[in-house]
Design a protein around this ligand. Structure first.
Ligand code: C2O
Ligand code: CU
Ligand code: CU
Length: 539
């Protein structure tokens, strides 16, 4: 099969790169002096075995393997499935999902976890804990990709506050394909502050991951990697929620905490309830907000999370409410429709990539059906959390933000005009540890990069969560911006922020505790794989 052959070629590619890297580590003493974090990481054979001085509270084994899951009637779908098993600790830490999704992992702040990742897939791969503040060696950098039959051992303490995080494959130039094949799941953290609140729990606390896929007539995943598709990012015709098409959530007459994750490769959603109920947001990428925020709709870019509060207590049994993605224009790429247009809800086949003109209808994401009467309810707390606001005074570089320009040129996607390369740290990519850095993502705000080729880029930084300071846009009424901007929510802690064409987003990003390499990249996974990713060396 062509698919498999390509994987093996790519795997060799990764191995060759690793060998080159090792060679480099052996010869270049100068490099060693300049980037000790980088070189040590390789020579220490990170992740090969459990360490004696780390006593985990919880031990998990995750195995990536080819599997067949029922998604539609008829033939089962071949996917890349992660299966989980708790080796030590409470069994409820890992919930294996029925779909292609990787297991949901639930841990508490302060817990120490050891995770054995066993690769039984026909490709080298590695998992990254998106949004978690972990040591560089545990972060799932592509240089740590393991081949078929190999095991990577992760060991880290949960330092994050309560929140909806996730994990996914991060293989060099293959992230999009690997995530598409199934290598992604929820990683939910709780803490004492959150537990002290009366938020909906158990069956009333529902993680929901939204993804889009294309399937062929035999129910098999299709991913055609043409250059045009890569430039836009993949858009699938079939929406899946928690790996299920035409997803319906039966609910009781009470309040719910819904944890929304956009786990799509590149599709941006503009989410709204079809009965006109505004959206009440209680949390974002890095956990709870200080207080709930009400928005007419949510703009949710790839990798972003929003936790929302919905109260069905005044609804009659049988009421059906739809969460839709509304039409919007994302700008860029002429009349190709960008990411908003061209989607037929829940229909397979048809136009590849779902790229059609701006006529694009809105589509159904999921349905909620009120099906059970219960007494008792939770009341939305006025105060959810206390967040320390970072200010310019906290920044090590308050006068000179680190500017990162986003551009797409000559069929490549670039950060500061550079494409991703392993082991290619430049002077301006070195960050002093234990500092807060003022940074800005410039998507054509200062001319260049925007214009006709301007595209939305959901920018993600590894390591600690950041705070958005401000958004500036060149032209508020310009293409795309006004159709999504009321759905932005920049409060609280974030790890991914959507930067629209013509926009500049400024943020404050802490780089505490850990030295070594932390990536940042566009979370449009096709863009990432095209090279829209760079390393930062924290030292
Ligand atoms: Cu969600 Cu570098 O990843
Ligand atoms: Cu990440
Ligand atoms: Cu991008």
């Amino acid at each position: 099969m062509l698919f498999v052959d390509q994987e093996i070629i790519m795997q060799n590619d990764v191995n060759i790169q690793r060998r080159k890297l090792l060679k480099l580590a052996g010869v270049s003493a100068a490099a060693l002096a300049t980037f000790p974090g980088l070189i040590n990481a390789k020579t220490m054979r990170v992740g090969n075995h459990a360490s004696l001085d780390f006593t985990p509270d919880v031990e998990i084994r995750l195995t990536g393997e080819v599997s067949y899951v029922p998604i539609f009637d008829g033939p089962q779908t071949r996917v890349w499935k992660v299966k989980g098993k708790v080796l030590k600790g409470n069994k409820s830490v890992v919930t294996n999902e029925g779909s292609y999704l990787a297991p949901t992992i639930r841990l508490h702040k302060g817990q120490k976890v050891r995770i054995y990742l066993k690769n039984e897939l026909p490709s080298a791969t590695i998992l990254h804990w998106h949004g978690l503040h972990v040591p560089a060696k545990m972060d799932g950098n592509p240089m740590y990709a393991i081949g078929n039959g190999e095991t990577f051992v992760y060991e880290f303490e949960i330092l994050n506050r309560a929140g909806t995080y996730w994990y996914h494959a991060h293989t060099h130039s293959l992230t999009a394909k690997h995530v598409y094949s199934g290598l992604a799941g929820f990683f939910i953290v709780s803490d004492d502050e959150e537990q002290a609140l009366n938020l909906p729990r158990g069956e009333f606390d529902v993680p929901l991951v939204i993804q889009d896929r294309n399937f062929d007539q035999q129910n098999q995943l299709k991913y055609d990697g043409g250059m045009m598709m890569k430039m836009h990012g993949f858009l699938g015709e079939q929406i899946l929620v928690n790996g299920t098409p035409e997803f319906e959530l039966p609910v009781a007459t009470r309040a719910y905490r819904l944890r929304l994750l956009n786990g799509s490769n590149s599709r941006i959603y503009k989410l709204a309830w079809d009965d006109g109920t505004p959206i009440q947001v209680i949390g974002t990428d890095g956990g709870l907000l200080e207080q709930a925020e009400t928005l007419p709709y949510l703009t949710l870019a790839p990798a972003e999370r929003r936790e929302i509060w919905v109260d069905f207590s005044d609804k009659k049994i049988g009421t059906e409410i739809t969460l839709r993605s509304l039409e919007f224009s994302s700008g860029g790429m002429g009349m190709m429709g960008g990411m908003g247009g061209g989607m037929r809800g829940g229909r397979r086949g048809g136009m590849m990539g779902g790229r059609r003109s701006h006529s694009g209808e809105d589509f159904t994401v999921l349905k909620v059906r009120v099906s059970k009467k219960v007494s008792g309810n939770d009341i939305l707390p006025k105060r959810l959390s206390k967040i320390k606001a970072l200010t310019l005074a906290d920044a090590a570089n308050p006068q000179s933000a680190r500017r990162i320009t986003l551009s797409m040129r000559h069929m490549s996607a670039l950060l500061n005009g550079r494409s991703y390369k392993m082991n290619d740290i430049r002077e301006d990519e070195i960050v002093p540890v234990n500092t807060v850095q003022l940074m800005e993502f410039d998507n054509g705000f200062h001319g260049m990069g925007g214009g006709m080729m301007g595209m939305p880029h959901p920018m993600h930084l590894h390591g600690e969560q950041f705070q958005v300071v401000k958004r500036e846009v060149r032209n508020k009424s310009g293409r795309g911006y006004a159709s999504v901007s009321a759905g932005f929510l920049d409060k609280g802690w974030k790890d991914t922020v959507l930067v629209m064409p013509g926009e500049k987003v400024t943020l404050l990003k802490p780089f505490n505790d850990f030295t070594g390499i932390f990536m940042y990249h566009c979370h449009n996974l096709e863009h990432e794989d095209m090279g829209m990713m760079r390393d930062l060396l924290v030292k």
